[in-house]
Design a protein around this ligand. Sequence first.
Ligand code: GTP
Length: 593
Amino acid sequence: TPLDKIRNFSIIAHIDHGKSTLADRLIQVTGGLSEREMQAQVLDNMDIERERGITIKAQSVRLEWKGCTLNLMDTPGHVDFAYEVSRSLAACEGALLVVDAAQGVEAQTLANVYQSVEQNHEILPVINKIDLPAADPEKVKAEIEDIIGIDASGAVLTSAKTGIGIEETLDAIVDVIPPPKGDSDAPLKAMLVDSWYDPYLGVVILVRVKDGTLKKGQQIKFMQAGTTHLVDRVGCFRPKLTQLDQLGTGEIGFITAQIKEVAQTAVGDTITDAKRPTDKPLPGYQEVQPVVFCGLFPVDAADFDKLRESIHKLRLNDASFTFETESSAALGFGFRCGFLGLLHLEIIQERLTREYDLDLITTAPSVVYDIELTHEGGRIELHNPADMPDPNRIEEISEPWIKAMIYVPDEYLGPILKLCQDRRGIQKNLTYVSGRAQVTYELPLNEVVFDFYDRLKSISRGYASFDYEQVGYRPGDLVKMSILVNGEPVDALSMIVHRSQAEARGRHMCERLKDLIPRHLFKIPIQAAIGGKVIARETIAALRKDVTSKCYGGDITRKRKLLEKQKEGKKRMREYGNVSIPQEAFIAALKMG
Ligand code: GTP
């Protein structure tokens, strides 16, 4: 295809503004799908995506419109996948900015638009859901101009639901979005945009060819990974998989090359010809690092092997989460896993529960701390509070910070500011546009992984939208808080907290456990402690009744039977210095919010 007949674009939108519905309509109108096939949202592949309405993996669809080839990239909409978003944007020359005609501009829209602007994209505003009674396209246009600062006079008005404005959108794409540039005679240079595991094809790689041609049978080299592979399939999605002989300059499509694991394919890598390589790889390759960690344990210890198998399988398709085995006195054997963010954690946890039918306990999520040891002991990365070195070995401990952008209707601003303040936030900016406030805060990530998002939503009745990016590590007065039951530390419940928050958190946890741990024949102290210093304490009163007292003087076999019965009941308990704690107590304690 000649370059001037190609248009590569992505769709950026806040969750629920209608990105997937619009994409489906574009596919339908250009003939890729029948009405019946429209029923199922085609761009979102996985069940979970559909149910939660989130697009996780970037995919691409090729459309034919009035003699032009349009490649539509579907980008993940959430910050956890920011790097994937930036790669898929880098594969395009423009973007449709979909804004709900009734809701207007929201925080995530902003974050994605700024990324798109950074890529020098041409942005075509699409005001969707104009069929809604509350739709106010003129107001939304003004918002786009005021808040985002782009011209909205050429905005297309659509209803993806009823099918209004779809052809106009296609025409506008051809008119507004520039064709790709590139040199078809130069050595092959292509970007690895995304990859996923397909049970029939093996690893499928989505590519954008920048220069040269990518052909079936070609020996290619991944410049970052340093590996070579033989291309055995080349093609595109229309949205059905279509095999082609080659992908030319400016085109987007897929290849397979008998690769077994997505871990071998790094998003952002440059693909070139092994025999005639380009001398300059594409800029901006970045390794994605997990930032949130938590332990995953099977509720039933017998499921450990099944959990291991399932985690290995999931990893085949998602190279961005990490895991290693972990053992905990309270929870038995499990895995410590690393994720790109909280949403990523939830998705993996849910897939394990649902697709692999596992009952899991998730420990409180924690971030990665950077610790400088005393006596030139070097630095360590702390992934698990249980591994915290002794305080006198720590010179300095640093934690990751984020810049959070919150967008909220005026009336909820007060409580939102208080929430940010309580979470050690530093206010950076506050502006008002058409009845809504946009606040920027810097916050420690560890305060955000701990129920921040839920609080934000409940305080604002769901109206606040939130997005964040990481801004690096900063030193902090952080301490490990241990929970002791009858004098014994319970590893699964220890956490790293800021000293100023320790007492409140400690008290909360002790109160909670007091209600959760059954009474025993003796008094049980529950303590929260930093080092040797107790900062909060509760006591579970002793139980009077003794099961054996009933059989006082009775026959010995009856007495033994009773004791046996009691023992059985204890099996699912964990022993802490003579205290039996039911598994459920840990689960409940960890679910605190
Ligand atoms: P994410 O995949 O979560 O980013 O959401 P999305 O932006 O892809 O939104 P999606 O297409 O899933 O649409 C969200 C909801 O809005 C769905 O219930 C759609 O049926 C509805 N919707 C989409 N377009 C329109 C429209 O033009 N009018 C109306 N009334 N509803 C629409």
